[in-house]
Design a protein around this ligand. Structure first.
Ligand code: 5GP
Ligand code: MN
Length: 344
């Protein structure tokens, strides 16, 4: 595999050569995108647009409501709603940047088109074990966010002067959201140096926090209360807690996309709890999110038992089984991990 590592200048040159010709660029990110996915994509998109390079950002399914305010969101096209436009963009593109995902399977039908495209594919990501589909793979799994990598990449390709308040805002959103507002996955100085540089533009970090995290509906707050009061199951013998929500329960609280975002983290603040799961019933699957504290590898658990993956402390997956079967599977696996959960 062609690992870019420390942004090797030969490979950067290959990218710059295409960009300098003002050839069309596509930026792609994963389905059900989070702040890192959208923030990183918009930051790179804005840097390209500022350099007069034709650029489109493609998102497979939808942009979450809490990110709609981001400057530069007009660069985004949603594949589900504009399939023919996306097909055109991908066929014209000379470079496809794949951000914040490690496998084309994470981008549904768009993944197939990417695999078949003749464009130079550049993967910039912080998930472990990237699959070998890109021409240039820039993988740094130790980082808390892809946003940091995009920050370094933008400076390297376009120079320091390209950065501005809008780009800094998008990058700050990427880093802030993937580290839970600098709570996890960011115990190294560089991420704070980067955040410090972004602050100089000047961005308003409190306003950004409020726009992302304090925009909930009353229904969402009630759903959260219902989850914690009626649905949270605590298994102290395994230092584990889980919540399961059926689609009927979601309907009862007028569920809107993104409403269950963050629920999986809440039981982690119970003293002693080191592993949490959130099961959500979707049309024909159960989507599962996992969070852990310390060394307990949520990603290995997700990969081995729930067709998923992710990071050490934040992972997810899905099963085609019923909710009851999923929960049984989860609970029955815990004894196998009793020791690891005890010392995590
Ligand atoms: P979330 O729980 O917020 O949906 O996802 C947390 C992290 O878990 C994501 O950033 C992603 O790395 C990983 N993840 C979530 N769902 C899946 C999945 O279905 N497959 C894989 N491979 N990773 C997932
Ligand atoms: Mn990320």
């Amino acid at each position: 595999m062609n690992l870019l590592g420390k942004m090797d200048s030969k490979k950067i040159k290959k990218i710059v050569n295409i960009i300098d010709k003002r050839e069309p660029v596509v930026i792609l990110t994963h389905s059900n995108p989070d702040g890192d996915a959208v923030g990183s994509s918009i930051a790179l998109g804005l840097a390209l647009r500022k350099s007069n390079i034709p650029v489109n950002i493609i998102i497979p399914d939808a942009i979450p409501v809490f990110l709609e305010w981001l400057p530069g969101n007009d660069l985004i096209t949603i594949h589900k709603d504009n399939q023919s436009a996306v097909t055109g963009m991908l066929s014209e593109a000379k470079i496809i940047f794949c951000l914040d995902f490690n496998d084309p399977d994470r981008i549904n039908a768009v993944g197939e088109m990417v695999k078949q495209s003749a464009a130079l594919k550049v993967l910039i990501d912080h998930h472990r074990d990237p699959s070998d589909f890109a021409d240039i793979t820039y993988s740094e799994p130790w980082r808390g966010s892809a946003g940091e990598m995009i920050y370094l990449f933008i400076k390297k390709v376009f120079g320091n002067d390209i950065l501005d308040k809008d780009i800094a805002t998008a990058l700050y959103v990427a880093i802030m959201t993937d580290t839970g507002n600098f709570r996890y996955g960011c115990s190294y100085p560089e991420i704070f140096h980067i955040a410090g540089e972004l602050m100089q533009f000047p961005i308003d970090k409190d306003e950004i926090y409020a726009k992302v995290y304090e925009n909930f509906s009353a229904d969402r707050m009630r759903l959260m209360g219902y989850c914690l009061h009626h649905k949270m199951v605590v298994l102290p013998e395994y230092n584990t807690a889980y919540i399961a929500l059926s689609s009927a329960e979601l309907r009862r609280f007028n569920y809107r996309k993104g409403d269950t975002e963050g629920f999986v983290n809440i039981p982690l603040s119970i003293d002693g709890i080191r592993f949490t799961a959130l099961f959500i019933e979707k049309r024909n699957i159960i989507k599962v999110s996992f969070r852990s504290k310390g060394n307990f590898p949520a990603n290995e658990f997700a990969e081995k038992h729930f067709n998923g993956g992710g990071h050490l402390n934040a992972a997810g997956g899905e099963l085609k089984d019923s909710m009851k079967e999923c929960i049984e599977k989860f609970v029955n696996l815990l004894p196998e991990y009793e020791e690891a959960l005890g010392k995590a």
